[in-house]
Design a protein around this ligand. Structure first.
Ligand SMILES: Cc1ncc(COP(=O)(O)O)c(C=O)c1O
Length: 374
């Protein structure tokens, strides 16, 4: 059996007719940017997240950059986030001229450890970016409490967590702004690049709208320095169709995750859904000290896997290049050696998950000589 890490062809086949009709209408109209599809997606997505506003932008990276700018972040400011994330979270901070301050994560959720926050706060701290990694929300209540006490903005990096919830609240609705990626492999993915910022603050929404379009508030009137961060109409039309299916696709991911959890041997550390969380399993990540050997074994059995992420930001060459300080983040450093992401997409069948589990368990038995049946 050959099992890819992600297969987008089946999903496309299920919505192909609708997608082609909508794309063709956009091309017939030749309004290619910031038109009626972007406006409709913005209102659909704001309703989905329970926020007042959503602002379509050109990627998750730009969503973060634009939201930070809109919240007034710039040179001289510090922003606290995690090292265990895709580098875009940190890049966006650096792009504004602010300084990223990286803290460690919780060993169970792999999200920001709120216990590390207070000691990272200085008089220059202006914002916190919790990252809802793999699709499980960070523990937001203590983060919100600390942010309020120190008058800090919260910008949620929800790029991996469309539709996830914390104590019933949707990701993207808990901070001052929420940032989502529509990278094509995300739970809600465009057929190209895209992203969106959610907020219920009218001033932040206005500034995001300006920042994504060169700071314009009217044609050739630039009220602030912005970027070219616009979302295009073709992507917005595709995303509107996909948004209608999102909840069904998320339920399927959750079912597959349960199947993995109940079939894998207990030697593996499987993801735990926190009592306060609705996890949407953008990635299904397990841990084993034998990660590299397991990956090779799975490859020999036709099963693709991934690592999200093998090198934390504070150990990247780019971090040193921009004079990031030397840091010791023990939890981050340990788990990045052990994490492996198994195939996860809504069209994966239970039989295929069973096959992956058999291979993973077989590795435990044959390669390691351990038979730790559940
Ligand atoms: C946690 C996180 N933040 C930010 C991004 C950046 O999103 P994009 O690739 O759309 O720029 C991603 C996407 O990979 C991500 O996973």
């Amino acid at each position: 059996m050959q099992i890819p890490f992600v297969d987008l062809k089946m999903q496309y086949a299920s919505i192909k007719e609708e997608v082609l009709v909508e794309i063709s209408q956009v091309l017939d109209g030749m309004q290619l940017f910031l038109g009626k599809n972007v406006r409709a997606l913005e209102s659909d997505y704001a309703a989905y997240c329970n926020t007042e506003f959503a602002i379509g932008v050109s990627s998750g990276t730009d969503a973060l950059h634009i939201a930070l700018r809109a919240c007034g972040l710039g040179p001289g400011d510090e922003v606290i986030t995690v090292s265990h994330t895709f580098i875009a979270t940190v890049e966006a901070i650096i792009l504004t001229g602010a300084k990223p301050v990286l803290i460690d994560i919780d060993p169970e959720t792999y999200n920001m450890d709120p216990g590390q926050l207070e000691k990272a706060i200085t008089p220059k701290t202006k914002a916190i970016i919790p990252v809802h990694i793999y699709g499980q929300p960070a523990d937001m209540d203590p983060i919100i409490e600390i942010a309020r006490a120190h008058n800090l903005k919260i910008i949620e990096d929800a790029c991996q967590a469309h539709g996830a919830a914390y104590k019933g609240r949707r990701t993207g609705s808990m901070g001052d702004a929420g940032c989502f990626s529509f990278y094509f492999t995300k739970n809600l993915g465009a057929y190209g690049e895209g992203g969106i910022v959610t907020t219920s603050d009218p001033e932040i929404a206005d500034r995001c709208r300006m920042a994504r379009d060169h700071g314009q508030n009217a044609k050739y009137h630039h009220a602030m320095i912005g970027i070219n961060g616009r979302l295009d109409e073709i992507q917005a039309a595709v995303l509107r169709i996909k948004l209608r299916h999102l909840d069904d696709w998320l339920e399927q991911r959750r079912l597959l995750a349960q199947t993995y959890n109940s079939s894998l041997y207990q030697d593996y550390i499987v993801p735990e859904e926190m009592p306060w969380a609705k996890h949407v399993y953008h990635l299904y990540v397990i841990r084993t000290p034998e990660r590299d050997r397991l990956r090779e074994y799975l490859e020999s059995k036709g099963v693709a896997s991934g690592m999200h992420y093998p090198i934390p930001v504070h150990l990247q060459k780019a971090w040193r290049a921009c004079r990031g300080p030397e840091l010791s983040l023990p939890v981050t450093e340990k788990i990045t050696q052990e994490i492996i992401s198994l195939p996860m997409y809504p069209e994966l069948t239970i039989e295929e998950v069973d096959y992956v589990c058999n291979c993973v368990n077989e590795f435990n038995k044959s390669a390691l000589g351990v038979d730790a049946t559940k």
